[in-house]
Design a protein around this ligand. Structure first.
Ligand SMILES: *[C@@H]1O[C@H](CO)[C@@H](O)[C@H](O)[C@H]1NC(C)=O
Ligand SMILES: *[C@@H]1O[C@H](CO)[C@@H](O)[C@H](O)[C@H]1NC(C)=O
Ligand SMILES: *[C@@H]1O[C@H](CO)[C@@H](O)[C@H](O)[C@H]1NC(C)=O
Length: 263
């Protein structure tokens, strides 16, 4: 609104100036002949050249099109806090999905997380007892997780369960058939959230893998901030080594974080 107001003042002022300018030009134009030839001389000699400063070349970073999440940040889990739908319930848990069916598993979001600023947690209710192959949840990451043979992956997550349970955490192919790594995570039955940290070592490669968390015991388990990262991030900071190396090779003289561009 403010901008429109100043525009309204500007228009008459500019019009007056233009009118005066044109009147002046008209007098000048009368003096000139009809044949108007202009010659433009360009002196490109090196004496007149100006060196472009080295500091002019740098990088511009904005979190759009997965530049950060799914890009240079090495996190493999997409929507790890179950907050893609905001801080209200039901939230959006996409791309998380279930392993099992409606009669064996029920998932929902609630506001019981131990993180007060990211209050949404996932409540997973296993309905079957001695569920044959295990039921649970999986996350395909951003376009599938690139899991590589021999590499170590660090799992960090927060869990809560009223009764003791054994969770199975696996890295598997997108159809779940090929298991690349698997660990058992015992969860103590308490009313408290517990931080779980585990290492998974891949014994195979699949570029479109997923993270699976399953159980075969009836009960309720809550999850939040589920993270899976390769252990070989750039200087241990969490950036993807190969991408950061490419950016460093550009030898940027500055790094710019813009804002408000999409407004
Ligand atoms: C759910 O899965 C169980 C175990 O695989 C199967 O026995 C049952 O028929 C399935 N139920 C439905 C409704 O698909
Ligand atoms: C990765 O898994 C898919 C199934 O999800 C399979 O078709 C593909 O062959 C696997 N790739 C490798 C390299 O094993
Ligand atoms: C829950 O955590 C609190 C604070 O860390 C601790 O005092 C309490 O003993 C814990 N309760 C259980 C059941 O582990």
């Amino acid at each position: 609104m403010k901008r429109m107001g100043s525009k309204q003042v500007l228009v008459p002022t500019v019009s007056c100036l233009l009118l005066l300018f044109c009147l002046g030009c008209k007098c000048l134009a009368l003096e000139l002949e009809a044949t108007q030839t202009a010659t433009l001389k360009v002196d490109a000699s090196s004496q007149l050249a100006r060196k472009i400063p080295d500091t002019l070349f740098g990088m511009f970073f904005e979190e759009i099109n997965h530049a950060g999440a799914g890009g240079i940040w090495a996190e493999l889990v997409s929507n790890r806090g179950f907050e893609a739908g905001g801080l209200h319930t039901p939230s959006n848990i996409d791309p998380w999905s279930i392993i099992g069916n409606d009669s064996s598993i029920f998932v929902a979001t609630d506001r019981t997380s131990c993180f007060s600023r990211n209050i949404i947690a996932l409540r997973m209710e296993v309905l079957c007892d001695e569920c044959p192959a295990g039921v649970g949840i999986y996350n395909p990451g951003f376009w599938g997780m690139n899991i590589e043979d021999g590499k170590t992956y660090n799992l960090v997550m927060y869990v809560k369960s009223a009764e003791a349970a054994d969770l199975t955490v696996s890295l598997a192919s997108s159809d779940g058939l090929q298991k690349l790594a698997s660990v058992t995570v015992p969860v103590a039955g308490t009313s408290n959230w517990t931080k779980v940290e585990q290492k998974l070592i891949a014994k195979g490669t699949n570029r479109t893998s997923r993270l699976e968390i399953t159980s075969n015991k009836k009960g309720v388990v809550w999850f939040d901030q589920v993270s899976l990262m390769p252990s070989d991030t750039f200087k241990g900071h969490g950036f993807r080594t190969e991408l950061i190396s490419m950016l460093l090779d550009l030898k940027p003289r500055f790094l710019r974080f813009p804002g408000w561009l999409l407004r």
